[in-house]
Design a binder for this molecule. Structure first.
Ligand code: BES
Ligand code: MN
Ligand code: ZN
Length: 455
């Protein structure tokens, strides 16, 4: 950490003209010759009398600011300011937590494959007095953990390595890990086995427990498709390019577990990860196959690329067997959710509108936005099959994220206690504070819901 701490003088667009008028002639010259304007996100280093930097002036733009704007302001500053330690010269009127969260998230870089010497050092922000630094540390670490898993390419992040990451987490957080694979997997979780059978990297179910007897029982499920070629219904290359991120749901479920542990949220937690690779091989499952699921429902495979709902179905069936208080799944499940809401806004479903609204309002307070989507009953009939109980990819592809959610609902015993998050898990554009690559989604939102309900 750098030695000196520089004051960060923020100023709103409304305050700027009067403030500028009160400054010394020399400083006014510096502001004007630097072309400083009070538009949000503009910043300028301020010179001291000895020529050294005495602080930084940051424009927060027009007031009022919402938490999302403050979050991205913080993220951009962490990305752009010179390496130094900073502190707010005066409290922000609102959104100090958002500012701090943005700052710490904006400083994330995926470092695994770059020489350390080439990486810039990130500036540091002293936590403002109103901010719970333990919360920020837990949120930042959980998000970086998930992002690292997602960013790691599939050659280094197969089912084995995902299992190792789960083992690392159970060790760190005094949990236990059970792994179901081979003949047991085929017998107990036939859909997980079917999706993974085309890969030499064996499919498995990871069953993590962070027991806390007497506390409410919560189960998280995460889609752990380590690479999604689409299977025999193979994706064209443009659609396959990013599919290392198809274990993004697993990464976010593991990140949520870590954050719940770090904040000591009193829940009796279970995390289920079907870890598979959807590959093309002579042994791959096929279009037209009919498979009996763990729950007993048979599924006609109308598209091998709709594999996520298959592996989740068996995991959700297992989760339902113990009737948890709350069941949450995270999954990079459909391209249709992106068409509807874009990459930044995960689609959220639940059998309870009240639960969904509660989640979404909590999500906003921690700047982890989600958007409500309907489990539209009338579309359920599209899941029918002439020869089986269900098909996995309704013809026509209308309302793709909804029919995927409805498919999952068939395997959940109590949909009113279930939340399904269809996430994208990736940041496509390079913008200040948003490095291109993995994005953790839904972690803070779910943690906040659980903290409010149970802490
Ligand atoms: N992993 C994909 C969904 C996906 C694609 C998420 C692109 C984010 C970005 C999933 O397994 C998939 O391929 N879904 C298909 C389902 C279809 C075949 C019914 C889709 O959404 O196109
Ligand atoms: Mn797929
Ligand atoms: Zn997939």
């Amino acid at each position: 950490m750098p030695a000196a701490t520089l004051p960060l003088h923020w100023i709103s667009a409304g305050e700027y003209p009067a403030w500028r008028g009160e400054q010394s002639e020399a400083l006014r010259q510096w502001l004007d010759s630097s072309g400083f304007t009070p538009d949000r996100g503009r910043w300028l280093l301020l010179p001291g009398i000895d020529g050294a930097t005495s602080g930084v002036l940051v424009a927060i733009g027009k007031e009022p600011l919402d938490d999302r704007a403050i979050f991205w302001l913080g993220a951009a500053l962490a990305d752009q300011l010179p390496f130094a330690s900073y502190r707010l010269a005066r409290p922000l009127p609102t959104g100090e937590l958002a500012f701090m969260l943005g700052w710490t998230q904006g400083g994330y870089r995926f470092q695994r494959y770059k020489l350390a010497a080439t990486l810039p050092q990130r500036p540091h922000l002293e936590a403002p007095a109103t901010v719970d630094s333990r919360y920020v540390a837990a949120a930042t670490s959980a998000s970086a953990f998930a992002r690292d898993l997602i960013n790691t390419p599939a050659n280094d992040m197969g089912p084995d390595q995902l299992q190792q990451a789960a083992a690392g987490l159970t060790e760190r957080c005094n949990g236990e890990l059970r792994v179901v694979r081979d003949a047991s997997l085929t017998g107990q979780f036939p859909l997980i086995a079917a999706v993974g059978q085309g890969s030499p990297r064996a499919p498995r179910l990871l069953d993590l427990r962070f027991a806390r007897p007497g506390a409410p029982r919560i189960t998280l499920v995460g889609k752990g498709v380590c690479f999604d070629t689409g299977g025999l219904d193979m994706k064209p290359s443009a659609n396959m390019a990013l599919m290392k991120k198809d274990m993004g749901g697993a990464a976010c479920a593991l990140g949520t577990a870590q954050m719940l542990h770090d904040l000591n949220v009193p829940v009796d937690l279970r995390v289920l990860i079907p870890a598979v690779e959807n590959s093309v091989d002579g042994n791959s499952f096929r279009p037209g196959d009919v498979w009996r699921s763990r729950k007993g429902l048979t599924v006609e495979i109308t598209n091998t690329d709709a594999e996520g709902r298959l592996v989740l179905a068996d995991a959700l069936a297992l989760a339902s067997e113990t009737t948890p208080e709350l069941l949450v799944d995270f999954a990079t499940l459909t391209g249709a959710a992106r068409v509807a809401l874009g990459p930044e806004l995960p689609a959220a479903f639940s059998g309870s509108q009240g639960l969904l609204q509660e989640l979404i309002s909590k999500a906003d307070t921690v700047v982890d936005p989600l958007w409500p989507m309907p489990l539209w009953d009338a579309y359920d009939e599209d899941l029918g099959s002439r020869i089986a109980d269900l098909n996995n990819a309704p013809a026509g592809g209308m309302a793709g994220s909804i029919t995927a959610a409805l498919f999952l609902r068939r395997f959940v015993t109590d949909p009113a206690r279930w939340i399904h998050l269809d996430i994208y898990g990736w940041n496509l554009k390079v913008r200040p504070g948003r490095p291109q690559g993995a994005e953790a989604q839904g972690i803070r939102a779910v943690v906040e819901l659980l903290r409010q309900r149970f802490a």
